[in-house]
Design a protein. Structure first.
Length: 243
């Protein structure tokens, strides 16, 4: 039986950087100066709001998903600070939504195209699955990117109503692929949400360490991950891949 590889999506397959840091860069490129802490609060509030309203997003493609999130982020920023509200009103919320979502989505499409090349090289030897905290439409986005035919199972948290780091979402992916933890590799950019729960279930874990500073920027994998890489293409060089 084939062994299996599970991948996180955001920050792993779509582009090797945390979404918060990517959003921050795109806000600044749109002439809206923010610090990371301020955006983090809006980012977290928007993410939770989107999880609660995921039923609206079932048919959203990538750019529509990002625009939906940005609209929530901007609403949170407007409520948080009069100065931010004035800046948003001066630039125009619709202009910001359109500009940021388009540039973010274009960056993600480039990352997904690169990931597709990696996955195509893996599917003959491994079952490939996705485990992601997402909005119920990840299969739609994977299909749009030409990746869905390469994936054996998609564990989308909003569809399963189980969110990482709950081990149940990993178990659902393993069951969906007919895979055993001992013969499965988990690849993700979060030590706490991807690597730690995977290892607790008996999987081997690969930490994709971002070059752009993020939540785990100063962390060391220690006992949380078995391997550390800085690009998905490095997977081919892991001894685990040899079987």
């Amino acid at each position: 039986m084939k062994r299996a590889i599970l991948f996180d999506f955001g920050g792993t397959l779509d582009w090797p950087a945390h979404w918060l840091d990517r959003f921050l860069a795109h806000y600044r490129a749109a002439s809206f100066e923010l610090d990371r802490v301020t955006l983090d609060r809006a980012f977290s509030a928007a993410t939770q709001s989107a999880y609660r309203t995921a039923y609206r997003m079932r048919d959203f493609n990538l750019e529509a998903t990002i625009r939906y999130l940005v609209s929530y982020q901007l609403a949170s920023l407007r409520e948080a600070d009069d100065r931010l509200r004035d800046t948003i009103d001066a630039i125009g919320a619709e202009v910001m939504e359109s500009t940021i979502s388009a540039s973010f989505a274009a960056e993600s499409r480039a990352g997904l195209a690169a990931s597709r090349t990696v996955l195509e090289g893996l599917t003959e030897r491994f079952h490939v699955g996705i485990v992601s905290n997402f909005y119920g439409n990840l299969d739609r986005i994977l299909d749009e990117a030409g990746l869905l035919t390469l994936i054996s199972f998609v564990a989308d948290s909003s569809r399963l109503r189980i969110f990482k780091p709950d081990p149940g979402i990993f178990t659902a992916a393993l069951d969906g692929m007919g895979a055993y933890p001992a013969s499965t590799l988990m690849v993700g950019d979060s030590l706490s949400k991807d690597c730690a729960p995977a290892r607790a279930l008996g999987m081997r874990a690969v930490w994709l360490r971002h070059r752009i500073p993020g939540p785990d920027a100063d962390a060391h994998s220690g006992g949380t991950a078995d391997f550390t890489i800085e690009a998905l293409a490095e997977l081919e060089h892991l001894k685990w891949m040899e079987g």
